[in-house]
Design a protein around this ligand. Structure first.
Ligand code: ADP
Ligand code: MG
Length: 482
């Protein structure tokens, strides 16, 4: 193939999201991350004879929530299946999963492309399953240790159509899923802890070719950056193989973080015959129309809609709208500030600069921010009425965070209210102009820089409380009328 012939990249992702349920998928035992090894384990997690799995209702509700939010059809009836394989961290010898009938199918998620256009990525299916335990290789020099706390943790697997066309789009898609599961409060999205991870399938084909190329699958990517980097590497590798006259081998590969390359897994690890069969211990899962309506009500306004509302209705610049809608708590806070009467642009500016600065400085999440939305609006109102300067607004916000007091009380306590009524400023301005006839004369001859001098005098007379903007305006008007 000629060296300059362009290729097209084709990517489909399988994303696993660990669910934020109290207990495990089929057993009444804690699902908490970070407990001491092998403490959240019951005979059910180990598949002991005589135990009977019972599906966690929230596993089903969360699956439906995510399905509805990603435009899927929800199956009225779906079944669990056993996926059989041996692995040391899975003493049961099988995972409960779904195979032929997933609970959600045929949806889509819109992402942004490199060119800033919207691209629709098909969601083939979302199915429910349980996680296996964890093999720990780095705690003992001679042994692999097994921690079964994760065994039986509820997961959703979200399988995309091969609609993604570049590593950057895969990154954006992953970000979208992250955002969505967090908005829906079904998964904490913590990729470092493995709550959200993905297997990436990738192939290349000559541009214009209709058939897909042979794909490889990169297992267990656990950061947005790794998804993008691993796929970039794999695109180049596959193209090189083809240009050199070879053929891409369909195989599972691992991302080697240290060397920034993908390499094949040992072939034994990928010889799969799962012998799926319907799980005999769990009856079919029914989602009634009534349940569906109930769950629909649990879904908040989603980030895309909020972004559109912020840009279209409030005329916020796109980066601001994106920053405010990225996380639900921040967006909810902003909306609550607006609901208590603040002006959208001023509120957005204050939240994205000063509020965020304070959150960073104090390592706080917005839901622990002590300034109630109504109080932030109170502060914004003081500024809007010109009762405080913009630097006083910053000072007050810091004070409000520390004390929990409202802006008006603090402003008068701290002597930060500025005088903005013409009636009380006029006499001071008149006096200053009377006291400086020479400066007034030079001003009228064109030395307009002297305005700063006059403003300074008035500020001094008012002990710093005059509103400088208003003073400047009054001085200009007065001199013109003299
Ligand atoms: P498996 O069950 O072996 O994982 P699937 O057919 O269910 O295979 O596909 C898994 C993922 O691979 C899906 O996300 C799908 O979009 C993607 N995929 C399938 N064919 C290709 C291809 N030729 N190139 C890239 N991705 C692909
Ligand atoms: Mg796969």
């Amino acid at each position: 193939m000629p060296a300059d012939k362009p290729f097209e990249t084709v990517i489909g992702l399988e994303v696993h999201a660990q669910l934020l349920t109290e207990s495990k998928a089929f057993a009444p035992v804690s699902n908490r991350f970070g407990s001491a090894p092998n403490t959240n384990v019951t005979p059910l997690c180990l598949g002991h004879p005589g135990t009977l799995p019972v599906p966690n209702e929230n596993l089903i509700r969360y699956a439906v929530r995510l399905g509805l939010a990603s435009n899927c059809t929800i199956a009225g009836r779906s079944i669990f299946a056993r996926k059989n394989y041996f692995y040391p961290d899975m003493p049961k010898g099988y995972q409960i999963s779904q195979f032929e009938t997933p609970i959600c199918y045929g949806g889509f998620i819109d992402i942004e492309t490199e060119e800033g256009e919207t691209r629709r990525i098909g969601i083939t299916r979302i199915h429910m399953e349980e996680d296996a335990g964890k093999s720990v290789h780095d705690q003992d020099p001679r042994h692999t240790l097994i921690d079964l706390n994760r065994a039986g943790t509820p997961l959703l697997e979200i399988v995309s159509e091969p609609d993604i066309r570049s590593p950057r789009q895969a990154y954006n898609y992953m970000k979208k899923i992250w955002q969505l599961v967090r908005y829906l409060r079904v998964c904490d999205g913590n990729m470092e802890e493995g709550s959200l991870r993905c297997d990436a399938n990738i192939s290349v084909r000559p541009a214009g070719e209709k058939r897909f190329g042979i794909r490889t699958e990169i297992k267990n990517l656990n950061s947005f950056r790794h998804v993008e980097k691993a796929l970039e590497y794999e695109v180049e590798r596959q193209i090189t193989v083809i240009r050199e006259g070879g053929e891409v081998v369909q195989e599972t590969r691992l991302w080697d973080v240290a060397r920034m390359i993908t390499r094949p897994m040992r072939s034994k690890e990928e010889a799969h015959d799962y012998r799926y069969f319907p799980e005999p211990d769990i009856p079919p899962i029914e989602v009634t129309p009534q349940m569906l309506e109930e769950i629909r009500l649990e879904i908040p306004e989603l980030p895309d809609q909020r972004f559109r509302r912020y840009t279209a209705d409030y005329q916020l610049p796109s980066p601001d709208a994106a920053a405010l809608s990225e996380e639900r708590d921040l967006s909810d806070y902003y909306d609550a500030v607006l609901a208590s009467g603040a002006e959208p642009k001023a509120a957005a500016n204050l939240i994205l600069t000063e509020v965020r600065r304070i959150l960073n400085e104090r390592s706080l999440d917005i839901d622990a921010f002590p300034v109630e939305p109504e109080r932030l609006t109170g502060l914004l109102n003081l500024r809007k009425e010109d009762r405080i300067s913009s630097s006083a607004m910053q000072t007050l916000l810091d004070e409000m965070t520390g004390t929990g007091k409202d802006a008006r009380t603090l402003a008068s306590e701290k002597n930060l209210l500025q005088v903005s009524d013409t009636a009380s400023l006029e006499p001071i301005v008149d006096q200053v102009l009377r006291d400086h006839p020479e400066e007034v004369e030079r001003y009228r001859e064109g030395k307009h820089g002297l305005i700063g001098f006059f403003v300074g005098q008035v500020m001094r007379q008012s002990k710093g409380k005059a509103n400088p903007g208003l003073v400047r305006k009054l001085i200009g008007e007065k001199i013109a009328r003299l």
